[in-house]
Structures are given as structure tokens and as C-alpha cells.
Ligand binder design. Structure first.
Ligand code: URP
Ligand code: ZN
Ligand code: ZN
Ligand code: ZN
Length: 483
């Protein structure tokens, strides 16, 4: 059976043109004029774009004494409803656990995924077993490894472990990722705030100022530089971190920065003068920042110094958040956004003139597919690509409301925002998943996407390294010891 999307305008990361798109066996098989098929979908007035890819989700993840509320079924259904046709989720071994065993656990969660997915593997501890298993993980098509520089006493790795793991990534052609916050400083600031009786959700923001993120980003960049690996900085939220990434890129390093839609649109006032539930529902790390930081992130997307917009979807119900009443450090960190990333970014980015439509496609899909090495299977409208396609109606409107969302939680951090620009149709590997309000996505459709190792390493400082590489010096005139 063939399908064709007719009368629309194709928008990719680098081109905009009128064409029909023909789909067969889950792939794009032709792009051209006057194409016909068994089933025709009308895209008059719409843009035909690669489906969104969210490179950062935490579905049904054990975290801070509970599990994130959306699983692979509700999470990917929410994703598809908003035009995201693939998610990359974090496999999180507990410290001491085999990476392969954790991967099996994550694999078991995915049987009801409605969209395709891939994984990043987290490095939460270090040892010979981890060193060896990283190669096996890469062989299974997982070529990115995440390091938490925060969450001291739980997931955090120290510099020793990070240096060893980045070195291993460089050997394997894998991409290290970092959650860049100085966990030692966060722990000290948190203890001080609690001791002073500052125990509400706003104290979460005070405990993680931008400097904490800037320091860790700089440190991770320097460590990546020393081992010659690229680096991907997740949830870049502030100018201090963005500045470090800009500087590294200017030196010739492959360092990537990922702002979240939440940080682009919501600011720190969400934590102040609001009731406890409102503020706690927005507790995430890094916290929301002020307008100056938001401007920096938008500028980074425009200039290309930041490449990707994600959600870090890690949703918790209000009841789960209330575990932290009386102690903000116990509020599960995380917010939702999978269904809203594309419409909110279109509304606040394209409709305001901050981003072109092509830049929108780049930061929500194509750049991600390239950085994570799955382009052009994903992130492209070309013959042979997976037919993960959205037909985007730039005039369709809605007001975001928890009561009509796919996520299972009882609130939405974007509640009340009116978006203009929503999918008319969403296809996942050629199958119709969304038709305006109607959700046809079905559990079990999603498949794992394996990724190859990267050819790219960082060589920016190779000359410097040659000069300073340790070499044995034949030296005479060494003074006798003990004098
Ligand atoms: O607060 C957040 N971001 N929760 C999810 C886990 C993480 O740090 O990415
Ligand atoms: Zn994180
Ligand atoms: Zn995360
Ligand atoms: Zn199916």
C-alpha cells in the first residue's frame, strides 16, 4: 500500500520547496510533482517536515526514591501528538550494576513504545567491568554515554571517573554527554540553605546558580579536550555554560549544547510568589533562569553555537513532588514537555521571527540526527529515509492544558500558553499516528534505532599535545639526593 502527502511545502534544514512525498514500506520513496498513491493526505497550506527527535527523555526511570510517571507508552504517545517521532532515552544503571543488565531492564520497558526510540547509556560508576562493557554497549548500537556531574552520593561521577570514561569514549568512537553542574558545590549550598530554614522549592534554584553550571561545563570541556573526544552538554540553561561551549567551538572543538524548551520559555519567577505545588512542579536541574539567560540561549540557537532543543522529559505527579514538603532536596527533579516542545518552539521561535522554519527543523530534528549519527535514516526528507514525517499546520491553534494532554501527570508547566502551529498529520515509519485531534498511534509500533560509532574526534589541540607529550629526557648533572 502506498501513501502520498500532496499539495504541501517541504521544509528541511536547508531547503523549502513545493513537492508531494510518496511513502511505501515505511520509507520515503519519491519526492516530486503530481505523485499519486493508494491513500492521499492533503497538506494544502501546510509544511511537510522531518518528524521531531527528542534527544533527552527519562521514561519510567527510577529516580530520587520514585519512578518518573510517563512510561514508553504514554511518553511516546505524547511525543507523537506534538510532532516528535523519535525519543532518545537514558539507560541508567545503578552504581555497581552491569551496564548490560541495565540495558536489558530498559529494553523490557519499551514493548509498548508507539514511536521509534534509541538509548544513551549512563556511566554512574567506574571499574574494569564498565570499561569492558562500554565496548559491548557500542556494539549494540548505543554510541553515547552520559555522565552526571551532579546528584552527589547517587549518580554523580568524579573527575577521575569522568576522565577514564571520556578516554574510553574516544577509543570507541562514542560521544560523551554531561549533566554539567558542580555536585559538590550544590551539596554545600543545599545544606546551608536547609540549615538557615530555607526549605521551600525556591531554594532549589538558589542551590544551583549559573556559576555551578558554568564551572562544570568548562571542566567537562577541558577534560574532553585532554582526551580528544567530542562532548555534548545536556540541558544548557545559562550564559556561563553557553559561553564555555561557544569558546570551545571557536577553538575548533566539537562541543554541542542542548537548551530545553522549558529554559527557553519559562523563567525563575515560576519559583517565587507562587504556591508550593506550582513551584515544586517546576523543580528541575538546572532550574529555570532569568531573562538574560533565556536571551543567551535563543541567540545560541540563531548563531549555531547551540544546536539542539530537547525536553529532558522526566515527569512526576503533584503527589510525587510533595515528597519534598519541608525539604526541597527531596522534591523529585524533573518536568514534562514531550507533547509541547514542537508547538511551543514554533510559536515562540518561528512565529516571533527568532528562528526560520529551516532552523526550526535543524534544532528539533536534523542536527540531532547528525550529532547522534542516525542521519539520514532519521531527520531528513530524502528518498530512502524513514517516513517519520509531520504535516505541520501553521494556523492550527490550541491552549495548552493538562486536562487534554497525553502525559499521565496532573499538570502541565506550559498550562495556559496559546500555541499557533500544530501537526495536521504525523507519520511514524509511514504509519499514520496522529490526524489532528485523533490519536491513532499504537503501542508496540516503536522500534529501537541502533547507531554507529562516530568517525569524528577532536584534534584541535593535537599540535600542542605533540609539543608537550611526555618524553624521556637523557639528563646529566642531577644533584646527589639528601644534600
Ligand atoms: O531535573 C532533571 N533534569 N531531572 C531529570 C534528570 C536529569 O538531571 O536530567
Ligand atoms: Zn540532567
Ligand atoms: Zn535529563
Ligand atoms: Zn504499527
Amino acid at each position: 500500500m502506498t501513501k502520498v502527502i500532496r499539495n504541501g511545502t517541504v521544509v528541511t534544514a536547508d531547503r523549502t520547496w513545493k513537492a508531494d512525498v510518496l511513502i511505501q514500506h515505511g520509507k520515503i520513496v519519491a519526492i516530486g510533482d503530481n505523485l499519486h498513491a493508494d491513500h492521499e493526505f492533503d497538506a494544502t497550506g501546510c509544511y511537510i517536515m522531518p518528524g521531531g527527535i527528542d534527544p533527552h527523555t527519562h521514561l519510567e526511570m527510577p529516580f530520587m526514591g520514585t519512578y518518573s510517571a510517563d512510561d514508553f507508552e504514554s511518553g511516546t504517545r505524547a511525543a507523537l501528538s506534538g510532532g516528535t517521532t523519535m525519543v532518545v532515552d537514558f539507560c541508567l544503571p545503578s552504581p555497581g550494576q552491569s551496564l548490560l543488565e541495565a540495558l536489558q531492564m530498559w529494553d523490557n520497558k519499551t514493548s509498548k513504545a508507539c514511536s521509534d526510540y534509541s538509548f544513551h547509556m549512563a556511566i554512574t560508576w567506574w571499574g574494569e567491568q564498565v570499561f569492558n562493557e562500554m565496548a559491548q554497549v557500542v556494539d549494540k548500537g548505543i554510541t553515547s554515554f552520559k555522565h552526571f556531574m551532579a546528584y552527589k552520593g547517587a549518580l554523580m561521577v568524579d573527575d577521575d571517573e569522568m576522565y577514564s570514561s571520556f578516554k574510553r569514549c574516544a577509543e570507541l568512537g562514542a560521544l560523551p554527554l554531561v549533566h554539567a553542574e558542580n555536585g559538590d558545590v550544590v551539596a554545600q549550598l543545599s545544606a546551608k540553605l536547609l540549615a538557615e530554614g530555607n526549605n521551600g522549592p525556591e531554594a532549589h534554584a538558589y542551590s544551583r546558580p549559573p556559576e555551578v553550571e558554568g564551572e562544570a561545563t568548562n571542566r567537562a570541556i577541558m577534560i574532553a579536550d585532554m582526551v580528544g573526544s567530542p562532548l555534548y552538554v545536556v540541558h544548557t540553561s545559562c550564559e556561563q555554560a553557553h559561553e564555555a561551549i561557544r569558546r570551545a567551538r571557536q577553538k575548533g572543538m566539537r562541543v554541542y549544547g542542548e537548551p530545553l524548551i522549558q529554559h527557553l520559555v519559562l523563567d525563575e519567577t515560576e519559583y517565587f510568589n507562587k504556591d508550593w505545588d506550582h513551584a515544586a512542579r517546576r523543580v528541575m536541574s538546572p532550574p529555570f533562569r532569568n531573562k538574560l539567560h533565556q536571551d543567551s540561549l535563543w541567540a545560541g540557537l540563531q548563531a549555531g553555537s547551540l544546536q539542539v532543543v530537547a525536553t529532558d522529559h522526566c515527569s512526576f505527579t503533584t503527589d510525587q513532588k510533595r515528597t519534598g514538603v519541608g525539604n526541597f532536596t527531596k522534591i523529585p527533579n524533573g518536568t514534562g514537555g514531550l507533547e509541547d516542545r514542537m508547538p511551543v518552539l514554533w510559536t515562540k521561535g518561528v512565529n516571533t521571527g527568532r528562528l526560520t522554519m529551516n532552523e526550526f527543523v535543524a534544532v528539533t530534528s536534523t542536527n540531532i540526527a547528525k550529532i547522534l549519527n542516525m542521519y539520514p535514516k532519521k531527520g531528513a526528507i530524502v528518498e530512502g529515509a524513514d517516513a517519520d514525517i509531520i504535516v505541520w499546520d501553521p494556523k492550527r491553534k490550541k491552549t495548552i492544558a493538562a486536562k487534554s494532554q497525553q502525559s499521565v501527570i496532573d499538570y502541565n508547566v506550559f498550562e495556559g500558553i496559546e500555541v499557533t502551529g500544530l501537526p495536521r498529520f504525523v507519520f511514524t515509519r509511514g504509519e499514520l499516528a496522529i490526524q489532528e485531534h485523533e490519536v491513532r498511534a499504537h503501542p508496540g509500533h516503536g522500534e529501537f534505532v541502533a547507531r554507529e560509532p562516530h568517525a569524528a574526534v577532536n584534534r584541535a589541540l593535537s599540535q600542542w599535545k605533540e609539543i608537550t607529550a611526555p618524553r624521556k629526557v637523557e639528563r646529566t648533572g642531577i644533584p646527589a639526593t639528601g644534600v
